[in-house]
Design a protein around this ligand. Sequence first.
Ligand code: CA
Length: 223
Amino acid sequence: MERILIIEDEKDVNQLLAQTLQDSGYETVSVWNGMDGLQALKQEHFDLVLLDLMLPYKSGDEVLRELRKESDIPVIVISAKDMVGTKIDLLTLGADDYITKPFDLGEVTARIVSNLRRYHKKETTKQITYKELVLDTEAKTITINETDLELTSTEYLMLELFLQFPNKVFSKSNLYETIWGYEYLGDDNVIKTHISNLRNKIKKHSEVEYIETVWGLGYRLAK
Ligand code: CA
């Protein structure tokens, strides 16, 4: 169950938010000031924070600034309508979204759903960019100059290895054992053929050399 921290000093508003979110299937923790909010964030795991701006002792923007040093979880700021001018500052400080009081509870829930979805997507999509190559580890695709490289699974796995470990020299047996998962028996030609095919496919779209031969040692990502 996703956990939401509610930092809001107005008790009835806090309770109303907690009740609404629990009804929507979230687990909530309520605190009434910024210091307790930061404390809770240090000690427990949350998926999202609802943060009021006008808080006693430590204001919402201070809480946000401190929280951002440690964490990138989604933060939705709640504030009075006349503070909309601060919206830009808050987004610069790292708030993900902004809701003004008086708010519609359905709207709050919808914003939470969309921020959580965006966050989880960001978490699982990992892209590695190197020169003109972009590797998407989730979609298992590699593009070059925005064109999909049509690779066999072996070629993909090789290029993925080079991109994930840009400083490592892979011996032929390293490559063999990593990709096929069994012991290298000294047949150079298999690796050579795949490397050569991979280089040719890349060459169709780019002048840049991506795979460097390190004589006597193996291959690595070209600098
Ligand atoms: Ca307040």
